[in-house]
Design a protein around this ligand. Structure first.
Ligand code: SAH
Length: 254
């Protein structure tokens, strides 16, 4: 099956404008993931010092270049390449109407990149999971991994009719402002959220093979937390940080 590379181009100027204005771009170099024909690039280039426009599909490079030249834009460097391979580490600001088929790996890459802010279009359901609060149905591994690294907010709802071709689902404009914070252990968070409706203690006991612990040690560890009886999906970020910190110390001892 040939992938369509998540090519749903944003046609709504007011959303493009709103996205470009969500962060102060003055004097900054911006990385844009999946530039397409330059729908968003044009708006970013007006305010930023430079834009690096990354696009995987070589067939889009000529129309992208043409669109920029029609708008007399000269501060954009076009790179034909794969965002999953590209080095994100030198950019303070990252933008993208993210290709839906790789949203999660790209989000993880962005939050680990060392950038300061990101403005992203993502499927509405994904955006809602990212900003979900503990205790809610949408609260998930994605919520805690992103929220431990960034203040995440939804700037606007973007109905599917704003895109061409029209995709199956609506999107949201998401803003991430990175914070210097404790990095949650991905493996432990994965283990817990695989059993998110269970107590922390049971989730740990059921993940012993995955975590390389024996069941008795998992019980001891859960008891040492003081909140081992709480349901995983009700844990606050602070509590998850405690679990990860204690787990690092605990697994070093065993
Ligand atoms: N920025 C444009 C296009 C968004 S559609 C707009 O807002 O309208 C997503 C774009 O990402 C498409 O142009 C698609 O070709 C590109 N793309 C898909 N996979 C990619 C990848 N792995 N690396 C870089 N770009 C990719």
């Amino acid at each position: 099956m040939k992938r369509n590379l998540g090519q749903n181009f944003l046609a709504a100027e007011e959303i493009l404008e709103e996205a470009a204005q969500a962060v102060s771009l003055k004097g900054k170099t911006v990385l844009e993931i999946g530039a397409g024909h330059g729908e968003l690039t044009v708006f970013l280039a007006k305010d930023a010092k430079n834009v690096v426009a990354l696009e995987l599909d070589s067939k889009l490079i000529a129309p992208l270049r043409e669109n920029l030249s029609l708008n007399e834009i000269k501060n954009v460097k076009i790179v034909c390449g794969d965002a999953l391979e590209f080095d994100f580490s030198n950019y303070e600001i990252i933008y993208g109407n993210l290709p839906y088929y790789i949203t999660t790996p790209l989000l993880f890459k962005i939050i680990k990149s060392g950038c300061k802010q990101a403005v992203l279009l993502v499927q509405a359901e994904v955006g809602e999971r990212i900003v979900a609060e503990s205790g809610s149905h949408e609260y998930s591994r994605l919520s805690v991994m992103v929220q431990s690294q960034a203040d995440a907010s939804i700037i606007d709802f973007v109905p599917k009719e704003c895109f061409n071709p029209i995709p199956k689902v609506d999107s949201v404009l998401l803003k991430l402002v990175m914070k210097k914070n404790f990095v949650l252990g991905e493996k432990l968070v994965n283990a817990l959220f695989q059993h998110k409706n269970q107590s922390v203690k049971n989730a740990l006991v059921h993940s012993t093979a995955f975590l390389g612990l024996d069941k008795q040690k998992a019980r001891e560890f859960a008891d040492s937390l003081g909140f081992g009886g709480e349901k995983v999906f009700c844990l606050s970020l602070k509590q998850l940080e405690t679990v990860c910190k204690k787990f690092n110390g605990f697994s070093e001892k065993t």
